[in-house]
Design a protein around this ligand. Sequence first.
Ligand code: UTP
Length: 472
Amino acid sequence: MDIKERFEQHGQGHVFQYWDSLDEKERAELLEQTSEIDVDELDKLIGTLSESEAANPGINYDALEPAPYERMPADVASDARWQEAKRAGEAALRAGRVAAFTVAGGQGTRLGFDGPKGTFPITPIRNNTLFQVFAEKILAARRKYSCELPWYIMTSDINGDATTAFFEENDYFGLGSDSVSFFRQGRMPAVGFDGKIILESNGRIAMSPDGHGGSLRALDRSGALSEMESKGIDILSYFQVDNPLVQAIDPYFIGFHDQAGSSMSSKMLPKAYEKEKLGQFCMLGDQMQVVEYSDMPDELTALRDDSGQLKFLAGSIAVHIVSVGFVRKLTDKASSLSLPFHKATKKIPFLNASGETEKPAEPNGVKFEMFVFDALPFAENPIVVETTRLGDFSPVKNAEGVDSPETSQADQQRLFAQWLANEGVEVERDTDGVPVRKLEISPLFGYSAESFAEAWSGRGGSVDLSKELFLE
Ligand code: UTP
């Protein structure tokens, strides 16, 4: 059946209503867009439009329990269990079983930066971009473990070309072009509240990236998954492009995952306060799942144990280890496992009656996205490992205020000051713990407290403050 007919049969024939007035390029683009849309899948999603956005019908809140997690001991260095995990992680790295995986396909609307988010300058002194920060962390791990450690980066049609051009301009930050791969995630059409696909111009459907959960099927569709399998890579270190503090390659985390034979592992932070906006690691029977903060009933978030600690304490920071075999299983055509779509009501630019693209003042439709943590209920032996806030998490989401470049730069400097203090070097700090003189440490010198300490003692404390450590 011809694609136009198929859309008509599904009540979406209007997307072709301007076909006769389109030029060849516009027609080709519209055909490309429509070929990406699974109208049967869309029908099902449209069927859920009348359901409320907040309520999550899949959750039986009465049965919800907090997920167990691997607690971080006060002294990791002398904890046998953690040291054993580290050895396992390091062995996996040395054996070339690990790849880094960054999801960078988002629109970054809240930051309002013109360009891929990874090209945003984020370090306090050198103004290195997010991509460079991760590149240097990966390079440092490659040197330490003498492994290939390839880097896979998921982009989207919105930022794919600009991202690859940026890496080329920067000579892949010394990683080598053959060990950095890019692939694009899928797109989903936006629909109006009437269930009709929204046109943003007469030849274009309003489409947007299908969420970070789309990364799993994009890994498969792009051929990246097969490439990993052929290289003997079975462990993916997954992180988001907006979090410069993340330990991109953490041997402890990799080791816990591998020792447990887990298909998907996650890092957790104890929530700083009851209503902190972090997804919550929970168990429903024997299935792990992340419940979004907006879906957690107040009665549950307020619960405390006898010691006064929050019962639902474990917040998700979107840092995972995913096994390649698990992605294969989830994306296998014969498998019935699939991630659900979440819907978000948005203001979606649309083609108005005068034939112009109009930005609506009020929400006029719905976008559909998949979330990667929705793979957890399908995972075998999913484990959650505790981390520290400065050690792993300070995202850049907003232009100002919380989770902004300002807060992230302050956190980077707090962390660097902490590493120096561990070695007995005190820099002057303000009442918020931020160094008074700006401070930056290159990931090539140290990318974690431990690697910094090793590098520091390796130099006998004599470090050139202008080459690897920067003080302004
Ligand atoms: P966010 O949920 O913060 O979304 O993404 P965003 O698109 O970057 O920003 P806003 O909401 O428009 O302001 C978290 C991570 O998931 C990636 C982002 O690139 C970021 O690393 N992501 C998000 C994708 O890769 N694809 C998507 O479709 C959505």
